[in-house]
Design a protein around this ligand. Sequence first.
Ligand code: F6R
Length: 608
Amino acid sequence: MCGIVGIVSNQSVSKRLIEGLTRLEYRGYDSAGIAVINGQGIKRRRAPGKIINLQHVLDDSPIDGTCGIAHTRWATHGKPNMENAHPHQAGNVAIVHNGIIENFKPLREELARKGHVFATQTDSEVIAHLIQYFLDKAMDEESAFLACVERLEGAYAVAALIGKDNQTLFAARHGSPLVVGFGEGEMFVGSDAFALAPFTKRVLYLEEGDSAVVKIDDVCVRDKSGEEVTREIMTASISAVMAEKGNYRHFMEKEIHEQPEALARTIAAYMDPETNLPLLGDAAPFLRDAERLVAIACGTAYLAASVGKYWFEGLAGVHVETDIASEFRYRTPALPKKNGTALFISQSGETADTLAAMRYCNRAGLDTIGVLNAPESSIARETNAIMRTLAGPEIGVASTKAFTAQLAVLAMGAIGMAHLRGSLSQADTQIHLMALETLPELAQQALTVKAQCEAIAPILATAKQSFFIGRGVYYPLALEGALKLKEITYLPAEGYAAGELKHGPIALIEDGTPVVVIAPTDALIEKTISNVEEVAARGAKVIAITDEAGAEQFKDSTKDIIILPDMPGLTGPIISAIPLQFLAYFTALKLGTNLDQPRNLAKSVTVE
Ligand code: F6R
């Protein structure tokens, strides 16, 4: 949830720490800070809010050194103010931390009894004090760091500066990701390879329980038993070029426009050019043999899983259970004893709840498949098979192209599974695949509704609350439309199954309440139209997202009809996401919120 970067070099590091940190700002932007060691010991600068505020502090009061750490925070314990900003310092120790130290209270009390005075309300500060405590016991730096890590419970990625040593960084991971980067005469640590991309692509991923002593030209990694271990050095696939907004106002706008390309890449990766059949790679046997599927994810990714359920059940006839990761892991799910396959859908591959649910399924003996956008992520490294979404880096906090790429992969998975199990004939398989191949073109056409969405956005921007409704595969889309609007506009919005409105929520409809209905032509459109008439009769302002044929049927209920191209096979929900993204985008633009970094949110939720 927070971002960490560290550099040990024989050149100055401050500027580059900020550069690396900026690439991690998607992880949190409640406060930022930096600490360096130079001839005068540890110096730090911190600021509440975004990295730009820290930059202003540094402009007024520069610090530099050849070894340093930096942090961008998404607050968990303690307010997002300057006092609680990382790095935290105790004597000769400065640390940055991502995760939650679950036993921080007893540790803090124990250290307070020994005379340690705490300056913050964070769980993280205890790490600095604990290291200092062990240094005071005459331990050397590495022993003090390891002794500290041994006492920590919970999730952490930690980087530390210790003593007066400006040649060494100390790092450890348990439950939160951390990579070590190899440069020329300098070394790095970072929350992900993207942060280190301007400096190096040669990285090693610390594994659970690893700690590392990072020097200018070497790293010593120890596993959780303290044994020295060798971890493979890899070339990170991430582009070294800083993701730029180009001519777009926001990353979200750019990423909405990147969908034709992202869908083309994703679909191509799953099409076998020789057989013209779906190419499911390592996932194929798990899908072919599954007696039951469990699909687990969070937020928007969960809504992709919910659409997938309709497809897998409809085409492959397999029972699919979907669950929100944070719920799944804390109940006692009745899992299949044999031939159970669990899908984990995640853009980042780092979402703590999804990761924990995946580990649970691994332990329970299920075959696990990650549907992932980040191929080097924690989930990618621990699942039995990966189905990649090739959306490219998604920087805007609100997921857009990753969602539609997840849907495309799930569609391919469902068609492929159905074909492998013989529930879809060769001819029908081809028809479905040909439909998916039109996705890039359809997405391109769907982008043309942009101006119309901009014109409709004031209706949503001025409403007390809005509703999004749909049936079948468009029900999860309704939830996604409402989620997108809520997270970037801060306006109340609810998604409902269209047939469910009359069981309660219809009481909320007043004169002028916006109801966005997602209903391209399908077997259920007539029924959805009846539900739309029910709300229109009660004064709702209906906004319909449909196709040419559907538009005919909506014309008595509303003038605000967003017409998408005809969407064959499984393409409907994928393409229908685009106007929902635009509606949220333009509503937020009108309200002037920070669309790429909405309040209280972060891109990658690595805490429970
Ligand atoms: C909403 C959004 C979130 C994420 C969720 C899961 O726009 O982006 O709801 O979908 O936090 O994140 P990943 O996919 O990284 O596991």
